[in-house]
Write a protein that binds this ligand. Structure first.
Ligand SMILES: [Zn+2]
Length: 314
């Protein structure tokens, strides 16, 4: 996508978002959804600018947006009711009250540094999904390596984004592209991007839910049944030993799953699993296919509202 097209989309999103914000968009959403019980699950990653889904937006090493994130949290707290999934699915919440949950994928250190103090201050529940091979190492996840190489002009942004789109659509990426990333591996700075076990343990001890996001962030869909089990069960075992709690929630890397995954979840003790399928959840939806809406800590309240508005009927 050309830079001009991206700029136009950015402007349109912000103008529409501001329009929704100033003309009571949140009340319109609540009015339209007043007859049923809905559960919105938001999906954050790290706190770099435009941090999700687009490979060539912003530098992975430039983090921030604490003030904007705090604004988002206050706005959501004012209009929706935060709760964990068990509460939404098992209790009889009143119709017209929209429940909400924040989830954070991958286990970035900035989740501990930035999100955790704000969540704690406003008593907001959240689930953090950890890739169990990463804490206490300076390893980077594959998609962060790609983003870093793009910002350093070592990798073509259009090619990288094309490959990411393929991956997120459940298609295999070009093997030459994967080899190129491996060849450039010496370029990565020796910097810790992810939480360590002490930080993760502190979140768990303070009541936050720690879930599994596999052992190596391999999309389950691409693995055979033996490796699927290994990825999931080794990660559950490691995380539960480190935090001294049962791990019963899981988020699919890249949101990719198939029909065999439900059985894998059952036999691994996972009670709730989260996809990246967009939409609002309802009472009778499956616990193992929770839909989530991808948001960024840098999104304005208007853009956040626009994302909710566009996904409300799904
Ligand atoms: Zn992930």
């Amino acid at each position: 996508m050309s830079r001009l097209k991206k700029l136009l989309i950015f402007l349109i999103k912000n103008v529409l978002g501001s329009f929704l914000f100033f003309f009571g968009g949140v009340h319109i959403i609540k009015y339209l959804l007043r007859k049923k019980r809905y559960y919105i699950v938001l999906n954050y990653h790290n706190f770099s600018r435009y941090n999700n889904y687009k490979i060539n937006r912003g530098d992975i090493l430039e983090i921030g947006y604490e003030r904007n994130f705090e604004k988002q949290v206050c706005f959501l707290k004012k209009h929706f009711q935060f709760c964990y999934p068990e509460e939404f699915y098992c209790k009889n919440t009143a119709r017209g009250i929209i429940n909400i949950l924040l989830t954070f994928d991958d286990g970035y250190k900035d989740n501990y540094d930035i999100a955790y103090p704000i969540l704690k201050k406003y008593k907001i529940p959240a689930v953090f999904f950890i890739v169990s091979s990463v804490p206490n190492t300076n390893s980077w996840l594959w998609h962060d390596k790609v983003r870093f190489l793009v910002t350093k002009n070592k990798l073509d942004a259009i090619e990288a984004e094309k490959e990411l789109v393929k991956l997120n659509a459940g298609k295999k990426m070009n093997s030459k592209f994967i080899e190129k990333i491996d060849e450039l591996s010496k370029e990565f700075p020796d910097k810790r991007l992810m939480m360590n076990w002490n930080e993760i343990k502190e979140l768990a001890e303070n009541g936050y839910v720690i879930g599994s996001h596999t052992h190596t962030h391999s999309p389950i869909l691409f693995l055979n049944s033996i490796n699927r089990k290994k990825e999931l069960q080794s990660s559950i075992k490691i995380i539960s030993e480190k935090i001294n709690k049962t791990v019963s929630q899981f988020a699919y890397p890249n949101g990719l799953y198939d029909n065999d995954c439900d059985e894998l979840m059952f036999e691994s003790g996972i009670k709730i699993s989260y996809t990246t399928d967009k939409g609002f959840n309802q009472k009778n939806d499956s616990f193992l296919r929770i839909k989530r809406i991808g948001v960024n800590a840098s999104d304005s309240i208007g853009v956040l509202l626009l994302k909710l508005f566009l996904n409300k009927d799904k």
